[in-house]
Every structure is written in structure tokens, then in C-alpha cells.
Write a protein that binds this ligand. Structure first.
Ligand SMILES: [Zn+2]
Length: 261
């Protein structure tokens, strides 16, 4: 009786942990920004708005103070997004996907009596570059946040918005960072998983795979059409403009099931 290989699984828990780690940094950044806003920026916004409403001559004094306060937030944020913290989060994530996938594929290989993960000369360099890519995604969360809060505060002040309006916009902007962090976690989990799976399947002599979607309502139509179809690792399907393995497309949660001869 032929044995059936266990399914290839998506590392949901690893992706969730990664998201939560980024969320922790983002919420610390939010707290810091609002504290500095309340203590240092708010009084200047009021000051500026009063002159704005009175149509009296507006000096740049308050704007200079506000700019300096934003620079203070940027400086303090380096204590949250420390390079060792960011590096550690990215490391834990990439290692987590690797361990998860390794256990999964070892069980599939056991069907053929093979351990495809016994010798993996490509792994170290692959992990190193994946970690550094993710470090830059996390750092970009911080950088993009600053570009935006600077615009929100400065434009808000110049347009005569109230401190509350500006504060609400700052809080709203945090939501965007959280969405972006969620995207990174799922997108990167899928991409790294898809590429590791492909390497390991081929290492155990599997040259073809079945495209398997996550079977829920979030699967996009272009991937739905690929569900249960068999492809060759040397010639994966084209989605949009590029050839993609399951998991490689933006935010894709599809996986590849090995096809044994
Ligand atoms: Zn997909």
C-alpha cells in the first residue's frame, strides 16, 4: 500500500509571531510619539493656531520648535528600533520558517526514505540574505512612519488644524504601519517557505509539484485557477508578469505538494 506524503504546511504561527514582534515596536513608537506630541508639540500647535485664527502675523518660531520635537521623537525611536532588536526579530522569524519547513519536508522525504535536509550548502547564505532583507523591511516601517508624521504635523499646523485633529491623524497613521507589518509577515513567510520547499523537494529528487491554495475566501482568482494543477520546478507558472512558486507572489499563502514519480 503506497504511503501518502504529509501535506506541505504554511507557517501561520511563525508569521503571527513575526507580526506581533513588529507590532510591539510600532506601538512603542506610537506611545513615544504621542507623549512628545502632548508635551512639546501640542502647546506650539495651539500657539500657532491662535495666531492663525486671529489672522495675526505668523512667525516661524512655533514651527521651529515643532520641527525640533519631531527630531527628538526620531532620535528616541532609535532606542526602540535598535539594530540588535531588529536583527533579532528578523533572525527569529527566518529561523522559525526554516525549522518549521525542515520538519515538514523531512516527514515528506521519509516516505521515500530520504532526508533532503541532511546536506544543505545553500542554506546559510540563503538565510543570511533573507534576514538582511527583513531587517530592511522593519527599518523601513520606522522610516516611512517618520516621513508621514512629519507631513501630518507640519501640514496640519500650517492649515490651522486643531491639536486634536492632528493627534487623531497620528493615531490613524499607526494603523497603516500595523497593516504594513501584517503584509510583510505573511508575504515573507510565504516567499521564504516557497523557496525553501522548492530547494528541498528538488534535493529529494522531486521535480514536479502540485499547487495548493489555502482554500479560503482570501485566495485570489489567479491562484484559484492554479489550484491542484501540476507544474515543474524548472518551469513554474506565470502569474501577472512573473514566474512564481507557490508562496512567492505578494501575500500568497499557497504551498507546493510534492509529486512523487
Ligand atoms: Zn496564493
Amino acid at each position: 500500500m503506497p504511503k501518502i506524503a504529509p501535506p506541505t504546511r504554511f507557517p501561520d504561527a511563525v508569521a503571527l509571531l513575526y507580526y506581533r514582534s513588529m507590532k510591539r515596536l510600532i506601538l512603542a513608537l506610537k506611545k513615544l510619539s504621542l507623549e512628545v506630541f502632548d508635551e512639546q508639540i501640542k502647546p506650539e500647535v495651539k500657539n500657532y493656531k491662535k495666531r492663525y485664527d486671529d489672522s495675526t502675523f505668523i512667525e516661524d518660531g512655533p514651527l521651529d520648535i515643532i520641527q525640533r520635537a519631531i527630531d527628538i521623537i526620531k532620535g528616541l525611536s532609535l532606542g526602540i528600533f535598535t539594530s540588535s532588536e531588529v536583527q533579532s526579530i528578523a533572525n527569529t522569524f527566518v529561523n522559525g520558517v526554516n525549522v518549521f519547513n525542515k520538519n515538514n519536508i523531512q516527514k515528506q522525504g521519509a516516505i521515500k526514505g530520504i532526508d533532503p535536509t541532511a546536506y544543505e550548502p545553500w542554506l546559510q547564505e540563503y538565510m543570511r540574505s533573507s534576514v538582511s532583507e527583513n531587517v530592511s523591511y522593519i527599518s523601513k516601517l520606522r522610516d516611512d512612519y517618520f516621513t508621514d508624521i512629519e507631513t501630518i504635523v507640519m501640514q496640519g499646523v500650517k492649515r490651522g488644524h486643531s491639536p486634536k485633529q492632528i493627534r487623531d491623524e497620528l493615531i490613524e497613521r499607526v494603523g497603516l504601519s500595523l497593516k504594513r507589518a501584517e503584509f510583510i509577515a505573511i508575504d515573507q513567510a510565504g516567499t521564504i517557505l516557497g523557496q525553501m520547499t522548492a530547494k528541498r523537494h528538488q534535493q529529494m529528487g522531486v521535480s514536479k509539484f502540485t499547487w495548493v491554495t489555502s482554500k479560503d475566501e482570501r485566495v485570489r482568482k489567479t491562484h484559484q485557477e492554479l489550484d491542484n494543477q501540476v507544474f515543474s520546478y524548472s518551469d513554474p507558472p506565470t502569474v501577472g508578469k512573473r514566474k512564481v512558486l507557490p508562496g512567492e507572489d505578494y501575500r500568497c499563502r499557497c504551498v507546493s505538494r510534492p509529486v512523487f514519480d
